[in-house]
Design a protein around this ligand. Structure first.
Ligand SMILES: [Fe+2]
Length: 291
């Protein structure tokens, strides 16, 4: 993918080369930049070739979607395990007996909903999750969409001067905002929450491509520069990465699944469906230390 910039902002010149055709699944791209809806697969019963192609579809599209899947909690966990060890959320509630199966739930009495605001999941962890697999079982008649943004594209669209400026910088990510967030589930605050310093621009370990890796949810400041400069740069980057050019928007149905790569994607959940209920589970796959 190549993007270029002129005085009026980022423009798309050329989109990603398509890989080889898929043989065991079909992939319908939501936009040329990000998102692919996958058909022709039942996630309860996946062949090795389908598994390889799903992995490739994730790499090529950054986030993939499946409709009309009927997984038990165990099958959801098993699907996640095929991509690696599972991550346990440092704060959020989980299903009884399944600490790796995070509860996603908002109804008319909820003080908040999961995932509002742009973020990459649990980027406060020293080794943040590689991917998140969200299975929505109950959704409102309208609303509750999730937006996804391609952080390779956001990085590529920066000016060369900005890319040079950001090179080698790290930023502090913290999970302190988890404090009090799950009190309505009866979850008591921990003494401390994870924090970590990560490169502002990370290299994806599979594709070798660079992606912006600061987000409004977890990043507090850029290290080694004055705090007001950090605030200015971060605010610029947040505004830049929220450009709709880099995004797709997924409309959920019951029994849909989204699987996103946290290393190159940020997402934003809409809570526009009050007083309706939206619920499901998330399985999260462990990742590596960003570099
Ligand atoms: Fe999230």
């Amino acid at each position: 993918m190549t993007l270029f910039r002129d005085r009026s902002g980022p423009r798309i010149k050329h989109v990603a080369d398509e890989g080889a055709p898929y043989e065991t699944i079909t992939v319908d791209k939501l936009t040329p930049i990000i998102g692919g809806e996958i058909d022709g697969v039942d996630l309860r019963d996946i062949s090795n070739q389908q598994m390889d192609e799903i992995h490739r579809a994730l790499t090529e599209n950054c986030v993939i979607f499946f409709r009309d899947q009927h997984l038990t909690q165990e099958q959801h966990l098993d699907f996640g395990r095929r991509f690696g060890e599972l991550h346990i959320h440092p704060a959020a509630p989980a299903e009884p007996g399944h600490p790796e199966l995070m509860i996603i739930y908002a109804d008319k009495d909820s003080p908040r909903a999961n995932g509002e605001g742009w973020h990459s999941d649990v980027s406060c962890d020293p080794e943040p999750p590689m991917g998140s697999i969200l299975y929505i079982r109950k959704c409102p008649p309208k609303g509750g969409d999730t937006l996804f943004a391609n952080m390779y594209a956001a990085y590529e669209a920066l000016s060369d001067r900005m890319k040079t400026y950001l090179e080698g910088l790290t930023a502090r990510h913290t999970g302190e905002h988890y404090r009090g967030q799950y009190a309505n589930y009866g979850i008591k605050d921990k003494e401390s929450y994870p924090f970590a310093d990560h490169p502002v621009v990370r290299t994806h370990p599979v594709t070798g491509k660079k992606a912006l890796y600061v987000n409004e949810g977890f990043t507090r400041y850029i290290n080694g520069i004055p705090r007001d400069e950090s605030t200015g740069i971060l605010n610029y980057l947040y505004k830049h990465m929220a450009n709709p050019l880099f995004q797709c928007r997924f409309r959920w149905q019951e029994n849909s699944i989204a699987f996103w790569d946290n290393r190159c994607v940020q997402h934003h959940a809409m809570w526009d469906y009050w007083p309706h209920t939206r619920s499901g589970n998330r399985v999260t796959v462990k990742g590596d230390r960003p570099y």
